[in-house]
Write a protein that binds this ligand. Structure first.
Ligand code: ATP
Ligand code: MG
Length: 731
């Protein structure tokens, strides 16, 4: 019937989308309904059936990994390379645009990307240089302010600064931007904003790309922000004086919009329908990912949100097992339980890489890691601290960046006295203010100050030696392949020696990481997808180091469990999923509790988490948890209450002998929940004692007359009491 191989593995609705005439299209559908699959097949279809060149297609994905996978899938379907196709994240594509048109936007050719950490440092210095009090104007808040404004497309002069807060942050934004421009640095939000300004202000550039990109396709559209939307619209030519035959396809799910806190606007879906003419809207309703139990429970949870676009989602698949719900005593018990479950899974011949542990906050991973280590289960953290964000790696990259661009103030600040070479804070301050006064990058200012003997004596010599070192390193390594260049720089700068002379395991890891960086340079393939031919290998590598979002670490070959936040699990799927820490105050997060909009976003996150699971979902929560350095007693998350009870299986551990388990740390393990319930008290319950006052039930052990209960009293702290004598009142 549908013999076309690109359409055969699709359902009717999917076929309609993939084979549609060239027009604007919205594919709106719930999780696991094949939106991403449609995008892949659509691209292949356009090339194969419509005869489009890959050159005329741009596809936007949420992560670099997703982009690489998508390219691979398309190539597999077509049996040919699609290198000419632009495919990547918004940031990656913006970077590419800016590189090609750096002059039009007033950037130096070798401009560098400022990551979020370096951005914060630079903002901190800016605040200091403005003589503002850092306590009153925290760098983190200023960073948040600046990025939020940029995401909305606002420059300092767009801000009115009515009140003192806005006025001051505006002043910081302004000074920070001047510093960035002087140093040829572009932060993440700036990549998007500059690229948008480029397209808006330069008609010839805009029209060039409008002619080129006949089709633009965007995955996970519900999480685009204002600037990203503006970008797509500019490239499409819609609403402009000369319209082109360009078509935009967006796929998304309003129920999976989880980046509102970072400026994403789910309303962009409505905006798209208003701005673009003649949109074909397709809804996919069949889910191919999850068992019916998982899907139904997820649907029930998300049904509690208001103002949804509304979607039905069903599956032909089996009902599957119920969702397991485990109530842990504390986070260590939780972690240990999970490790145990994974061991079983593995013993039954299942792969570890088919397992994901999803948590709300990165801070939860440490305890989980410990339990996995203890159980000797290999794991990988996806999106954790990136390799390129480690201190020693950033030091080395600092030198390399300075070789690539002397103007890079952030890099210069980082390495000028690492390892120590007698350039102290005072000297650095002189260079900083010299740079500000003269409107020069620090490198240039330092050079002048030494030349004019403003910097003289030991300090002057030290600075001169540093400047010479960098120049000489560049001369020496100019013709080296990348790996050798990095190796030489790491050694000649004294960085390697510095870390080698440090003691301890940590120092050893640092030395290994430096060597690994050389490896990474050796293996870096400049012909690889996103990297363009117009860059030097060094610049290409530096861009890669800044834009790679830590996903690659998860790609190593060993079979390993994957740990990640719920946010970074978007778009992925795993046979077995643990959703952990499902507690009020953690998930939904404390900050979302007072605001219905944010609470709904947490609920969408819950929906995203649940729908990652294909066969089995295990939900865990801890009645007591130490997190962010605080002990907390938690109630189970309201989201669990929103799931149909008949689909939940409350896991009860067998009552075992009461021994003190080291893995459980401060707690007695093995107390059976059932026995506990016999006392009529439950964990987390509030009680009153005649002498000690009010408190919360923490733990329980023993049976009958011996049974004891642990209570954390508000005034006197935690105590074990014999239940029979305690004469507690419930409150
Ligand atoms: P999410 O909202 O989580 O991003 P999605 O809508 O993008 O999900 P996909 O990841 O494209 O969904 O598809 C989910 C799973 O279902 C994948 O494993 C995919 O291969 C499979 N799938 C999609 N459509 C079909 C189909 N018609 N027949 C068989 N399997 C399908
Ligand atoms: Mg998808």
């Amino acid at each position: 019937m549908h013999e076309h191989p690109l359409l055969a593995p699709l359902n009717d609705k999917q076929r309609e989308a993939v084979g549609a005439d060239e027009r604007h299209m919205l594919v709106l559908a719930g999780a696991g309904s094949g939106k991403t699959r449609v995008l892949v097949h659509r691209i292949a279809w356009l090339i194969q059936e419509r005869g489009l060149s890959p050159h005329s297609i741009m596809a936007v994905t949420f992560t670099n990994k997703a982009a690489a996978e998508m390219r691979g899938r398309v190539e597999q379907l077509l049996g040919s390379s699609v290198r000419a196709m632009w495919m990547g994240t918004f940031h990656g594509l913006a970077h590419r645009l800016l590189r090609a048109h750096y002059m039009d936007v007033g950037l130096p050719q070798n401009f560098q990307i400022l990551d979020s950490d370096d951005q914060q440092r630079l903002i901190k210095r800016t605040i200091k240089s403005l003589n503002l009090d850092e306590k009153r104007w925290p760098p983190k808040q200023a960073q948040w302010f600046i990025n939020a404004k940029k995401d909305e497309g606002l420059r300092p002069h767009h801000l009115d600064g009515y009140d003192i807060n806005e006025r001051t942050f505006k002043e910081i934004y302004d000074a920070y931007q001047v510093a960035c421009d002087r140093a040829g640095l572009v932060d993440f939000a700036e990549l998007l904003l500059r690229a948008q300004e480029l397209l808006r202000e330069n008609r010839h550039v805009r029209e060039h790309y409008q002619r080129r990109f006949r089709h633009i396709l965007v995955d996970e559209f519900q999480d685009t922000n204002t600037i990203q939307y503006a970008w797509i619209k500019l490239l499409s030519g819609v609403g402009q004086e000369t319209e082109h035959n360009n078509y935009v396809t967006i796929v998304g799910d309003d129920d999976q919009s989880i980046y509102g806190w970072r400026g994403a606007k789910v309303e962009n879906i409505h905006q798209f329908l208003r701005d673009f003419p003649n949109v074909l809207t397709i809804r996919l309703e069949q889910n191919y990912r999850s068992t019916n139990n998982i899907l139904t429970a997820a649907n029930e949870v998300i049904a509690n949100n208001d103002g949804r676009l509304g979607k039905e989602l069903w599956t032909e698949g089996a009902s599957g097992e119920p969702i397991d719900l485990y109530a842990a005593f504390n986070e260590m018990d939780e972690a240990r339980y999970i490790a145990g479950r994974i061991e079983q899974w593995n013993e039954h011949g299942n792969a570890l890489q088919d397992v994901a542990i999803l948590y709300r906050s990165n801070a939860q991973s440490r305890v989980l890691e410990e339990a996995l280590l203890h159980a000797r289960i290999p794991y990988r953290i996806y999106g954790g601290l990136r390799f390129f964000d480690r201190q020693e790696v950033k030091d080395a990259l600092g030198y390399l960046r300075l070789l690539a661009s002397r103007n890079d103030d952030a890099a210069l600040e980082r390495v000028i006295n690492t390892p120590t070479r007698g350039i102290g804070d005072r000297t650095l301050d002189i260079i900083r203010s010299g740079a500000r006064e003269r409107g020069l990058p620090m490198w240039e200012a330092a050079k002048q100050l030494v030349h004019e003997k403003v910097l003289s004596g030991r300090a002057g010599n030290a600075v001169k030696a540093f400047l010479d070192l960098i120049d000489q390193l560049e001369d020496e390594t100019a013709d080296y392949p990348l790996g050798r260049q990095a190796d030489t720089v790491i050694k000649s700068s004294g960085l390697m020696a510095m870390y080698e002379s440090e003691k301890g395991e940590k120092a050893e890891t640092r030395v290994e990481n430096l060597k690994e960086l050389v490896n990474a340079c050796d293996n870096f393939n400049t012909l690889d997808d996103v990297i363009e031919d117009d860059m030097t290998p060094l610049n290409a590598f530096l861009a890669h180091a800044a834009l790679e979002s830590g996903e690659e670490q998860a790609d190593a070959h060993q079979d390993a469990v994957q740990l990640m936040t719920l946010h970074s699990a978007k778009g992925l799927e795993f046979p077995l999923v643990f959703m952990v820490g499902v507690e009020e105050g953690l998930f939904p997060s404390q900050m979302s509790l007072g605001e219905s909009g944010r609470l709904e976003e947490e609920r969408r996150l819950c929906y995203v988490g649940m729908t990652r699971a294909m066969q089995k979902l295990v939900i865990t929560y801890a009645e007591q948890r130490r997190i962010y350095g605080q002990e907390r007693i938690n109630r189970i998350s309201r989201f669990v209450g929103e799931m149909p009870p008949e689909m939940l299986n409350h896991v009860r551990l067998q009552a075992t002998t009461k021994h003190h388990s080291p893995a459980l740390g401060r707690f007695h393990s093995g107390a059976s929940h059932q026995a506990f319930e016999e006392t009529g008290y439950s964990l987390g319950q509030r009680v009153r004692h005649t002498k000690f006052g009010e408190g919360t039930v923490l733990n329980y052990e023993g049976t009958g007359p011996q049974s004891r209960i642990q209570i954390n009293f508000d005034d006197v702290g935690s105590k074990w009491l014999v239940v029979a004598y305690a004469r507690l009142e419930r409150c």
